[in-house]
Design a protein around this ligand. Structure first.
Ligand code: AMP
Ligand code: ZN
Length: 112
């Protein structure tokens, strides 16, 4: 399987790390859409948020436990946004579940 984010998790593809624990890895987005733009991924290949079930939902729970710690580390106390794109109509470009963490400035009321 050829997955960009699995390659990043395994260290085969370089990234700028922000956070790592047993369940997730966070790194800087290569094309930031806000002053702070971090991608948070599970350390297991899950294709999207449309493919969460009882056997893998622990990764999502652990990611959402990590996100406030990542936000604190990145000084996002005034708020931030978490987004996941799903499938073609959702404009998902990498088929490994990921959450965009955006902040560092007042964000637009809507993203589109
Ligand atoms: P999405 O369009 O929701 O699938 O988001 C994929 C995100 O991954 C985009 O914001 C890209 O800028 C980002 N991205 C793609 N390749 C890399 C990379 N090598 N390192 C960091 N971020 C990346
Ligand atoms: Zn993957």
């Amino acid at each position: 399987m050829d997955c960009l984010f699995c390659g990043i998790i395994e260290g085969k593809i370089p990234s700028s790390p922000v956070w790592s624990d047993d369940y997730c890895y966070a790194f800087k987005d290569i094309n930031p859409q806000a002053p702070v733009h971090v991608i948070v991924v599970p350390k297991a290949h899950i294709p999207s948020a449309d493919r969460i079930y009882e056997g893998n939902s622990v990764y999502v729970a652990k990611i959402f436990e990590a996100i406030p710690k990542i936000a604190e580390k990145l000084d996002l106390g005034r708020g931030y946004r978490v987004i996941t794109n799903i499938g073609e109509h959702g404009c998902q470009s990498v088929q490994h579940l990921h959450f965009h963490l955006l902040g560092g400035a007042q964000l637009p009321d809507r993203m589109n």
